[in-house]
Every structure is written in C-alpha cells, then in structure tokens.
Design a protein around this ligand. Structure first.
Ligand code: G6P
Length: 611
C-alpha cells in the first residue's frame, strides 16, 4: 500500500525522502511525489509509474528546501495518474499533504468544500484534508491539522507541511501505521520502519488519534483535542532485510498478521461509521440490473476460486440468486450458457491472471455485466470489467495468498448483503444484523492472531510436521475452507494435502486414513456441526490423527480429537474468514519448521499471466 516519508533538518529532504521511498518500493505503488518547503514557497514534483521516473525528474529540476514530505501511492480513490498522486494541496498551494488510508466521509466533505467555491484538482479522498487544514489554518499548522482531523472519519496516516511554517512538519495517525524517527536537530516520519532506518534507529510508534508536531527541537504529541501524550522512544534492532518484513521472518507471516487491519479496510469504505448500509458504488450495476439478475457466474483461479466458493454460498443464502462457480480455465473452454441479465463476478488478487481475463472477455461478448472483486487497482481485470470492488488489502508479496483470500470473502459478504437488500430478500433489519456480525470479524481475527501458541506447538510435533499426507475436511460454507487449508499447506510445505467435503469421506478418501494420517476437521458451531462430529467419529474409529478447528467453549469435541484449535464464536456464514487464519498459521509454521522457502515456493508464481 502507499508509503509516506517526511523529513525536517539539515540534510537534503529530497535525498532522505527518495531513499525512504525506494526502501518502501516492495509494498507496490503506481505513482509517487515529493514536496519541499523553500524560500519560494512549496515546490513539488510528481510522476506516474516507477520511482526512477521521479528520480530523473528531480535530477533535472532539483527541489531544495529544509522540510519535505514524499509518498508512493497505491490507488484507492481515483485512477493511478500524476494528478491523483500525492502530495495534494490547498487552493493557494501553501499546504501540502500526503496520506495513507481512506477518508470514509470524503464525499460529504468534498461536497461541503465545493459549496464554498473550492475547485478540486484530483479525484482523491486525500485532497479534502489539504482544503480542510487550509480552512482552519490561522498561523499554527499543528492546531489546524488537529481541528481538520475532527471532521474526518476513516483510517489515515498523514504528513503535512506549510509554506508559512517551514520549520514544522505535522503528522497524524488513525488506523494506518505511522512512525516518527528522531535524530540530532532533525526529525523524520515514515509509514514503516524501513522508510527511515538508514538514518535513525530511534523511533516512536504513533498511536491512533495522535497528532505530532515535529521541529528541529523535538517532537510534541497530542490528541486531536490538544491533550499532551507521552511517547516512548524505541530502538530498532532489525537488520535491513527484516525491516521490509517489519520484523517478521517472511512476508507471508507479516501478511497473515495484517489481516485484521485489511478486513477493516475492506469493510471501511463500503459501510461507513454510523451507517449500516452497504455501498458498492464502483460495481457500476444499477438497482434495476440487480433486481433483474437471474444468474451470477463467479470465475477465478487458485485461492481466489476458493473465495468464490464462499461467495456462492453467501450470495445464494442472502440474495437468493443462483450462482455458477467456475475455474476460469474451465469456463473459457466449456461454451457456457449465459442467460440474459446475468452478472459475472471475476475474483483476482493480481488482476492479471490470464484465464480469468479470458473468462471476462467471453462473458462480456455474451452480454453479461461484469463486476470484479480485485485487489490490484488499475489492473487488467479491473480495467476490462464494467465495475469493481477493490479489496483494499495492499500488495500481497508472499506467493501463498492469505490476506487477499480473507478480504475477498469479506467483499463477497458485502456484495451478498447489498444484493439481498436491493432485491428485497433481506429486510433492512436483517441486513443491519449481518453488518453487525461482519464488523466483529476483524477483532476476532486479532484474537486468533494473539493466541497462536497452540498452533505453533502443533506445527512442531513430528506427527504433523513430518506427515507425508493429510486431509482437510469441512462442510457447507467451510468446505471451501478445507480446500483452502489444504492448498496452503501443500503449496508451501510440499506435504501432500487434500481438501474434501466431509460427506465425501466415505466415498473413497477414508481408505487412506491410518494412525499416522493427520486429518484437519473444521467443526465450528453451525448448521452442519452434528454431521461434522459424526464424520470426526468415523475418522477417530480408523485412528486418524484428528486436529479439530472448533468454536471456543466446545469442550465435547476434545473427546473425539487428538488436538483442538479454537476460534472465537462467530456467525456461521462468515466463519470461513476466521477459520482461514489458524489454517494459514498451521501451514506457515509447518513449512517454516521444515525450512521451506515460504515466500517463494518451488514452481509457483504469484501472478499467472499465461494460460
Ligand atoms: C497463483 C497464485 C495464487 C492465486 C492464483 C490466482 O496461483 O499463486 O495465490 O490464488 O494465482 O491469482 P489471482 O491473482 O487471479 O488471484
């Protein structure tokens, strides 16, 4: 996702900022920019594309000054372009802002500001911050930012500079990460430790709701109401390689841990604080089209296909529209019958998967409306579809998909509720209740992540770690969880793993179960819990090594299982999002214990752009 770097001090701000932005390149971005305060005012250079283009521009027209901010943008509101890249300015170009995150109420703010005569230059949510700071500026940038942020809802980390106060750099955080770095007569801001670690190892981790005034003399931290906050200074001891991974040994583990925040992002832009209505405006499907829709086609590959299977369940349950789910590589060759008023939902993290793209082209040529669930903004899938729901998961670097999967499931949940309400299948009250359940998911994911000792311990037990093969079983909405759990384990640990619908066990697979064969059984509380327990008993009778994934408080499951991994109680339809997390962790720790190349498993590619 986006990167922020800022500097105040005697070094060249541009040099510090560009070094930092280069260190954040691994996060992915589509454009970049830097602004500096100097005696002539605010200088700024931006560019679309890679940082080397910005480097070349800066070499041609150097930007000199004493305080500056820079940004790499990963588009969320508005296409990737130079105009939409940061920094953004107020009308008089005296205030510059860089921002990570999403201002959820930006549309209302934008309309209010436009009504006062302000003309917006970009399509971004960020630009409202620059105009708001300007509105409240009375000679004190720190005060103006604090006041402006009271009007903003959503998640952000920001850096702000002002032509009239060249000795001040202001930064704030609410939801998106932000650190302040300390040096002798200088100060830094960064969205991430690697951004500034070439220059300093002394950092403050800014917390939600805090605003900082950074000068050469030091750092003042307050909340938006002006109450002072005492901050601890920490010493970063990571080496360079660990820094990009924020101290995690692998990107996959970092991405697993990002999931609660990512899920809040996926939800955030679509269900605003204080409202219980889903808004999927970028889907570009009218209410009439949604009402007329008779059939939905979901196409995807790999992990995204598993998310599609969760999506099928949710759409049929909450919107009562029949869903056909296809592997994109099959859909494109099977001459599908696409009735009138069909909608296709392609699902893709990268947005560049060749088979998924071809499936979209076929569906379009046969008259379907195509609305994609995609992570990579501006990718081919997003461009070729009529509409899109962006997952807002940030770049995923580990080849094995984790945060992209759970955010795809979340996007499907939102779509299903939206469709159900629009079609009159769900009442407002029912939709509201579902949203309440969804809102609890990120905290529950955090809970799982904070209690992973048991999973680590299981992953180090020889009977699981050294197994030659295993099954993952689930039913109903957690059948896809079984498929995804097995895929995660096999792709990174090379242990042969198969996911099955538990009801299928008796039709063949159970022949493989012996006393050395692990079977991971997803048995969370819900409609098919009793059936799942029966399946577990059948496996126990054949002495299979059962690990059950069960709902917190379910003690009886222990009687039939060798081990139990508990997850918090959860509304069943949304439980695949939670179930995914321990299965990802189990796969990760087993693979790491086996010394596998977790982030780049053999033979696999992150994005499959050929057939
Ligand atoms: C590759 C990746 C998987 C991914 C699949 C589909 O196989 O390794 O993690 O699920 O492609 O990719 P997409 O980018 O379309 O989601």
């Amino acid at each position: 996702m986006c990167g922020i770097v800022g500097y105040i001090g005697d070094k060249s701000p541009v040099e510090v900022i560009m070094t930092g932005l280069h260190r954040l390149e691994y996060r992915g971005y589509d454009s970049a920019g830097v602004a500096v305060v100097n005696k002539d005012g605010l200088g700024c250079i931006k560019s679309l594309g890679k940082l080397k283009i910005l480097d070349a521009k800066l070499e041609e027209s150097p930007l000199l000054g004493q305080t500056g901010i820079g940004h790499t943008r990963w588009a969320t509101h508005g296409v990737p372009s130079e105009v939409n890249s940061h920094p953004h300015f107020n009308v008089a170009k005296t205030i510059a802002v860089v921002h990570n995150g999403i201002i959820e109420n930006y549309y209302e703010l934008r309309e209010q500001l436009k009504a006062t005569g302000i003309e917006f230059r970009s399509q971004t949510d960020t630009e409202v911050i620059a105009h708001l700071v300007d509105k409240y500026y009375q000679g004190d940038l720190f005060a103006a930012v604090k006041r402006a942020l009271k009007d903003c809802e959503g998640a952000y980390a920001i850096g702000v500079i002002c032509k009239d106060q060249p000795d001040v750099l202001v930064a704030a955080r609410h939801g998106s990460p932000l650190i302040v770095g300390l040096g002798e007569n200088e100060g830094y801001i960064g969205s991430d430790v690697p951004a500034i670690m070439k220059y300093t190892r002394k950092v403050m981790y800014i917390e939600n709701g805090h605003v900082c005034e950074i000068t050469r003399q030091g750092v003042k931290v307050e909340d938006v109401n002006g109450n002072p906050v005492q901050m601890e200074v920490k010493n970063i001891e990571w080496d360079d390689a660990a820094a990009e991974k924020e101290g995690y040994p692998h990107f996959m583990l970092k991405e697993i841990h990002q999931q609660a925040a990512v899920l809040r992002n996926t939800l955030g832009g679509r269900v605003h604080e204080g409202s219980d209505e889903v808004q999927l405006t970028d889907m570009n499907i009218s209410k009439d089209e949604l009402k007329a829709c008779k059939k939905i086609f979901v196409v995807a590959c790999g992990t995204a296909w598993h998310a599609g299977m969760v999506g099928k369940f949710l759409i049929e349950k909450f919107a009562k529209v029949s869903v056909e789910l296809d592997l994109a590589s099959e859909f494109r060759y099977r001459d599908p019958v696409i009735p009138e008023n069909s909608i296709m939902i392609p699902v893709s993290q990268s947005g560049e998967t060749a088979d998924t793209l071809e499936a979209i082209r076929i569906a379009k040529s046969r008259g379907a409306q195509v609305a994609a669930i995609v992570n990579a903004v501006g990718s081919s899938v997003a461009r070729e579809s009529h509409g899109v729901v962006y997952q807002q998961a940030g770049p995923e670097i580990g080849v094995a998909s984790t945060k992209a999967y759970t955010s795809q499931c979340m996007a499907f949940a939102l779509f299903a509720i939206w469709l159900g309400e629009t079609r009159g299948v769900l009442s407002k009250v029912e939709a509201k209740e579902l949203i309440t359940h969804l809102r609890q998911i990120p905290d529950k994911v955090d809970e799982i992540l904070n209690n992973q000792d048991k999973i680590k311990e299981l992953a180090n037990r020889p009977e699981y770690r050294d197994a030659v093969g295993c099954f993952f079983l689930g039913r109903n909405v957690n059948f896809p969880s079984a498929l995804e759990g097995a895929l995660k384990l096999k792709e990174i640990s090379y242990i042969h793993a198969e996911g099955y619908a538990a009801g299928e066990m008796k039709h063949g697979p159970i022949a493989l179960v012996t006393e050395t064969f692990p079977v991971i059984c997803i048995a969370v509380k819900g409609e098919t819990y009793d059936k799942m327990v029966s399946n577990i008993q059948e496996i126990a009778a054949r002495k299979g090594l059962i690990i059950s994934v069960a709902t917190e408080g379910d003690k009886s499951i222990q009687a039939h299982s060798k081990d139990v991994i508990y997850i918090p109680e959860c509304f069943e339809a949304f439980s695949p999002i939670l179930v995914a997390v321990p299965l990802q962790l189990l796969a990760y720790y087993i693979a790491a214990n086996l010394g596998c190349d977790v982030d780049q498993p053999r033979n696999l590619a992150k994005s499959v752009t050929v057939e």
